[in-house]
Ligand binder design. Structure first.
Ligand code: MEV
Length: 304
């Protein structure tokens, strides 16, 4: 039996604009999704993936690996297990795909680079969901904090300490691909306005990258606020997200924004150490749930 795990992700800055070639900053979280591949006596392929919302990622990953190494991948039972709910928006589809591709490569006894795991996994997720920038696949592959751009053309590990972040979950799952498509429609109808927003978000990401390197979290918090304004202009925030963001800000956070596609899922607040408790309390009082995960987690790895 082979067991592999990949981390979930938290998008810090640059959502939506990253779909259109601008950069983003993402960090892997220490909540992992595991895949184990076990040999069967017969030649069937059995997938037992109770917590994965869509087993298409698993079956498509099998196809990808088959085609890449031109070898039959059968006679296996696949089990998946997740330390995080697929409704947080932590990228369970990307994590399960990366873990699956890595596990099957081990199963076939092949070697290769993380870059190849990324390429094969990104190809797989694109075939299943027709869209997505691939930043979540990169986070599951390499882990740590990454500066990411252009469908993986640029993937740079950032040697920064984990930001002082509080994660607030709205309690509602967002439909990422629908929101991505809605932003696409907005871009079709108002191309200049939306491209300007994407450019502005890209600039904020570049600036945040610099300040993160210096550990200037107060400034990064300000940039979160600016980023959130642009996300509002794109129409991807929600009442619930705004309530949690406002609560965090009023309780002393340096800055706060949604994380991921928007619509719902999670918000994140950069917070001075002495305001952490107050901000957490305020998020809960506003109806959110505080998720306690550490950041900069390790990328995909074989556990057994
Ligand atoms: C979703 O988590 C982030 C988006 O930028 C989509 C993507 O990059 O694939 C909205």
């Amino acid at each position: 039996m082979i067991t592999v795990s990949a981390p979930g992700k938290l998008l810090l800055m640059g959502e939506h604009a990253v779909v259109y070639g601008r950069p983003c900053i993402v960090t892997a979280v220490n909540a992992r999704l595991s895949v184990s591949v076990e040999k069967r006596r017969d030649s069937g392929v059995v997938i037992d993936a109770p917590q994965v919302s869509d087993t298409k990622f698993v079956s498509r990953a099998i196809e990808t690996v088959r085609a890449r190494w031109k070898e039959e991948v059968s006679g296996i039972t696949v089990h998946t297990k997740s330390e995080f709910s697929s409704s947080f928006g932590f990228g369970s589809s990307a994590a399960v795909t990366v873990a699956m591709v890595f596990a099957l490569r081990e199963f076939l006894g092949k070697k290769g680079t993380p870059g190849e795991i990324f390429e094969l996994s990104y190809k797989t997720t694109k075939e299943v969901q027709r869209g997505g920038s691939g930043f979540d696949v990169a986070a599951a592959t390499w882990g740590g904090a990454l500066y990411y751009k252009n469908e993986g053309e640029v993937v740079e590990p950032m040697a920064v300490p984990p930001p002082p972040i509080i994660i607030g979950y709205t309690g509602v799952k967002a439909d990422t691909m629908t929101i991505v498509r809605d932003v696409g429609k907005k871009r079709d109808s108002e191309p200049q306005k939306v491209e300007r927003i994407f450019d502005a978000i890209g600039k904020l990401v570049e600036e945040a990258r610099m300040h993160m390197g210096e550990g200037d979290w107060e400034r990064v918090g300000k940039l979160f606020d600016f980023n959130q304004e642009y996300l509002r202009d794109l129409g991807v925030s929600s009442e619930k997200l705004e309530a949690l963001i406002l609560a965090a800000k009023n309780a002393g956070a340096w800055g706060a924004k949604l994380s991921g596609a928007g619509g719902s899922d999670c918000m994140i607040a950069i917070t001075p150490q002495d305001r952490r408790q107050a901000v957490e309390k305020a998020i809960v009082a506003a109806g959110g749930e505080v998720l306690r995960f550490s950041l900069n987690a390790e990328g995909v790895r074989r556990d057994a």
